[in-house]
Design a protein around this ligand. Structure first.
Ligand code: FES
Length: 580
């Protein structure tokens, strides 16, 4: 359906606070004027909240306060009234027990910050992994006109003459130290080289994936995902975003107009083409749940299957986000999907036009970074969804980050009951394990951890690493960092802490995975499985109170996005009663 802009001028929701001469409106205007705003700013023009996840403890977003000045400039230029609002910011590299536990808290807080305050539109200033989905979830639930501007990725890291990627190389260096191939001194020297500029992780990790998802969904201006944080064009993007949101408010162009089923299908296929993070599965399902679109894990498998991974970026490939930007960035990938007939070209974007109109004239400037289809990293990109008696509701695996020789594998389970058990035993030379075994980790799902930590790519035992082996099959209900790699089966659902079959796997059981057949199987009889499940009792930690308790009581499975059950859906933008 073509979008029909709302008539303009009309009364906006901010006028419920600032319009008229009642005692209450005088109170609202008067207090805001303590910051030096003249009368005419309250004349009914769009009031834009710049929802800023800047925080010095979210280093990936540490430059967003400067970028916000450019957003403000754009809003002023377009005749809006910008007000910057700090919002909950969860850093992937700092927050404990895991930033993921706070994605939903951030989404809830931002939703109420949007609805409860006098804003007509929102600029979502995001960067680090969880900041993008949490603000998109909030925008979806309020349906207030919103637009994303990302902070942008870091410049390439360089160490000893070679480019190094944030995250990916950290994991590689850590394994090299354990294998005795790298000294601790060298590891320390590499530390600052990996993350040398402002911005988010520069691999196709979760932050870059979610920035790409925002663009593919149509929620950011074309080209937003890849511009480096410190490139002057990132500042231009911020200013243009500020200009654009003012017109979006006038047109009443809402998240639900943009984030349609077609937009989500575009995002899923884009994720396959870029070799994006498995975390996108959870976030996209959660955002869809907020808009009210019935997206499923099966959609991920069906739509991503047979989409070649053409973006040659770490962790699946070679390059980093800087080269992706120079090659043309996400618009080139979207154009390729369009040319292959697997892009919904008519999907509306925040620009007010279709996604195809935005990208149809772009060019690829480096075919070693954005590969021709016949040179793709894998012809079957996307996220594979495995099902079977070990994962009745599904588990995911990223083929482009996995080892081809392990895609069909049968091995003896070596079970770790939780992450502490894993840490206590993995370096024990007496551990009965070799490279043919399958490592199984329990109690790291949304309820079990709680929060679903990124520990699914368990490091291999040192005695296996010393043989030069770099990959083994690993199965868990955890997530994996988007910068990580390996033949890693993640998000096993139902999770162990919810009494899923994963909870009753024992060391010595045989497990089979067959990626081509989408199968994961615990090789015991149905009767044996039923008997074990009947005897199972939970062993995971239960928080006594606080947000961790709320989260554990209400979090849903990874197969639907791990949102809190009472937050799913759209609640709208109704202003509600005045407090005076
Ligand atoms: Fe923030 Fe990677 S840790 S983007």
């Amino acid at each position: 359906m073509p979008f029909t802009p709302a008539p303009w001028p009309r009364k906006l929701r901010s006028q419920h606070w600032y319009g008229g001469t009642s005692r209450d409106t005088i109170y609202h205007r008067g207090w805001l004027k303590n910051q030096g705003y003249p009368d005419d700013l309250f004349d009914g023009r769009p009031v834009i909240g710049i929802l800023n996840t800047w925080s010095e403890l979210t280093p990936c977003n540490g430059h967003l306060n400067e970028l916000a000045e450019k957003v403000k400039a754009g809003i002023w230029e377009a005749g809006g009234f910008p007000l910057e609002v700090p919002v909950f910011s969860a850093s992937e590299n700092t927050f404990r027990p895991t930033a993921m536990m706070f994605r939903n808290l951030a989404a809830m807080a931002v939703e109420e910050a949007m609805r409860g305050q006098p804003i007509d539109g929102a600029v979502l200033m995001v960067g680090c992994d969880k900041t993008t989905p949490s603000l998109l979830m909030a925008a979806a639930s309020t349906d207030i006109p919103s637009i994303v501007v990302s902070g942008g990725p870091m410049l390439n890291g360089w160490w000893r003459g070679k480019p190094v990627g944030a995250g990916t190389h950290l994991w590689q260096f850590s394994e090299a130290v354990k294998a005795g191939e790298m000294s601790q001194y060298e590891f320390l020297e590499a530390e600052a080289a990996v993350t040398r500029s402002a911005g988010s992780c520069n691999t196709m990790g979760t932050a870059s994936t979610m920035a790409s998802m925002a663009e593919a969904l149509g929620m950011a201006l074309s080209g937003n995902a890849a511009i480096p944080a410190v490139d002057a064009r990132r500042r231009v993007m911020a200013q243009l975003t500020g200009r654009r949101i003012v017109q979006m408010v006038k047109d009443d162009l809402k998240p639900s107009d943009v984030m349609t089923r077609e937009a989500f299908e575009n995002a899923i296929r884009t994720n396959a083409a870029i070799g994006g993070s498995t975390n996108a599965v959870i976030h996209i399902l959660a955002i869809a749940g907020r808009v009210g679109i019935d997206l499923t894990l099966d959609d991920w498998d069906r739509l991503g299957r047979d989409v070649p991974t053409i973006v040659n970026l770490q962790p699946s490939g070679k390059y980093l986000m800087e080269e992706f930007f120079y090659a043309g960035g996400l618009p080139v990938v979207l154009k390729r999907l369009g040319e292959a007939g697997i892009l919904h070209k008519d999907a509306l974007t925040v620009s007010g036009t279709t996604i195809w109109d935005e990208i149809k004239d772009v060019r690829n400037w480096n075919e070693d970074v954005i590969l021709p289809a016949d040179k793709a990293l894998t012809q079957s990109g996307g996220v594979v969804v495995l099902k079977g008696n070990l994962a009745p509701k599904g588990a995911v695996l990223k083929p482009s980050a996995a080892s081809p020789h392990l895609m069909k594998h049968r091995g003896r389970a070596v079970v770790f009951e939780d992450i502490d058990d894993y840490k206590a035993r993995i370096e024990d030379e007496a551990l009965d394990i070799d490279e043919t075994c399958i490592m199984v980790l329990k109690n790291c799902g949304p309820k079990g951890y709680p929060g679903m930590s990124e520990v699914g790519n368990m490091g291999l035992p040192p005695k296996v690493l010393r043989k030069g082996i770099t990959d083994m099959v690993r199965i868990s209900d955890a997530r994996m960092s988007g910068t990580a790699y390996g033949t890693v089966v993640l998000h096993t659902t139902p999770e162990a802490a919810a009494g899923g079959p994963l909870a009753v796997v024992r060391s010595g059981d045989m497990i089979e995975i067959d990626v081509q057949a989408r199968r994961i199987h615990l090789d015991i009889s149905d009767e044996e499985l039923a008997a074990r499940l009947a005897q199972w009792t939970p062993t995971h930690e239960v928080p006594a109170s606080g947000y961790a308790w709320l989260h554990q009581q209400h979090v849903q499975g990874a197969d639907t996005g791990a949102d809190l059950d009472f937050l799913r859906g759209k609640r709208g933008r109704d202003v509600g009663r005045d407090s005076h």
